[in-house]
Design a protein around this ligand. Structure first.
Ligand SMILES: [Fe+2]
Ligand SMILES: [Fe+2]
Length: 155
């Protein structure tokens, strides 16, 4: 699978998990915990392969605009993964506070995905040729497998 197809597939998975979480109720405590764990694992694997493999290749192939996109994307990862998600994981799933925070996480990630797919990936298709995208895709797929293995044995 080429790099962009792989990342888009991850996006669909995370978006559907977030949708389920955001529409769950305060009574669905067990389900909320399970969904949150799945989101955590999938997000970690995804942002890691982007940050280690895709983003640096994109930045190196581009110029100033690509560097700007790169740094903005990194900050969006940080906001979602290091600030909002840990906060949500510390929130009681039986509360409305959890519901509100889950919606904020969903909106944050949806916005990030829209920018990646609408701007960064479009630009990447121009800057990186097919063999390069295929090579990056293969590396990301292998790395993703490792991360998922580590995260699921740790949990
Ligand atoms: Fe991203
Ligand atoms: Fe992404």
């Amino acid at each position: 699978m080429d790099a962009i197809a792989l990342l888009k597939q991850d996006h669909e998975r995370v978006k559907s998990l977030l949708e389920e979480l955001a529409t769950s109720t305060t009574r669905a405590v067990k389900k909320r915990r399970e969904l949150l764990q799945k989101i955590h694992v999938n997000l970690k694997a995804h942002t890691t392969i982007e940050e280690e493999i895709f983003y640096p290749a994109f930045k190196a192939a581009g110029k100033k605009d690509e560097a700007t996109m790169y740094f903005e994307a990194l900050e969006e990862h940080r906001a979602a993964e290091d600030l909002v998600l840990p906060d949500l994981m510390d929130t009681d799933p039986a509360t409305e506070q959890f519901s509100g925070r889950a919606k904020v996480l969903k909106e944050l990630i949806e916005h990030h995905i829209e920018e990646e797919e609408g701007e960064m990936f479009k630009e990447a298709k121009k800057l990186l040729d097919k063999p390069r995208l295929a090579e990056l895709g293969a590396r990301m797929e292998a790395r993703k497998k490792d991360i998922l293995g580590e995260l699921t044995t740790a949990a």
